[in-house]
Design a protein around this ligand. Structure first.
Ligand SMILES: O=P(O)(O)OC[C@H]1O[C@H](OP(=O)(O)OP(=O)(O)O)[C@H](O)[C@@H]1O
Ligand code: HPA
Ligand SMILES: [Mg+2]
Length: 167
């Protein structure tokens, strides 16, 4: 992650917030499956997409949940993204009726690759940055490109000095 910093701004997301925003995403997607019916399956893009994928699957009562793993970074260097674990082909087809979920879209490179594989799937993220927005069909909150989103699974509670105690 360090190679992708520093960003001008930080957007800190708590567990409570990702739960609320994940639910909002599910509610927005409800009834928008094929022919206005239910979605066939949810596919989470590992690893960040697994949390919202679970929340969406729970809210929409979708029991078929699979994963796709895209590796875009090799140690500190950004490399061409590639799929290192694909979802079950018999579930996916061309993606029709499948909801593919990630925590966020940033440059859009991850979704671009997955979209090429499943062009008929519906792509949903909780957060979106402007460069990646054309790659996503449904999202909840947009942040600026120079914002780094901090997720609760990457953070820990820690002591901070009182304001009056600084310097
Ligand atoms: O739009 P992009 O520029 O492709 O970036 C977005 C992707 O980057 C992050 O995943 P990451 O590759 O860091 O892996 P992780 O989910 O396992 O943390 C994030 O969870 C998205 O999947
Ligand atoms: O803003 C971000 N936050 C966390 N992971 C990310 N991966 C790409 N962009 C981000
Ligand atoms: Mg990810």
């Amino acid at each position: 992650m360090k190679d992708r910093l520093p960003h001008e701004k930080g957007f800190h997301v708590s567990w409570d917030q990702i739960h609320r925003d994940g639910r909002a995403l599910a509610w927005r997607l409800d009834g928008h499956g094929p022919d206005g019916g239910p979605w066939k399956a949810v596919v989470g893009i590992t690893r960040g997409g697994l949390v919202p994928a679970m929340i969406v699957a729970r809210e929409l009562d979708i029991r078929i949940v699979d994963t796709i793993s895209v590796k875009s970074y090799n140690h500190q260097a950004q490399t061409a993204p590639k799929v290192i674990k694909a979802p079950q082909a018999s579930i996916m087809g061309d993606g029709s009726g499948i909801l593919i979920v990630d925590d966020l879209v940033d440059t859009g490179k991850t979704l671009e690759l997955v979209r090429a594989l499943y062009p008929k799937a519906h792509f949903a993220t909780v957060y979106a940055k402007p460069s990646g927005r054309p790659m996503v069909d449904t999202y909840i909150t947009e942040v600026s490109q120079d914002t780094w989103i901090f997720f609760p699974w990457d953070m820990a509670l820690q002591y901070v000095e009182p304001y009056r105690g600084k310097d």
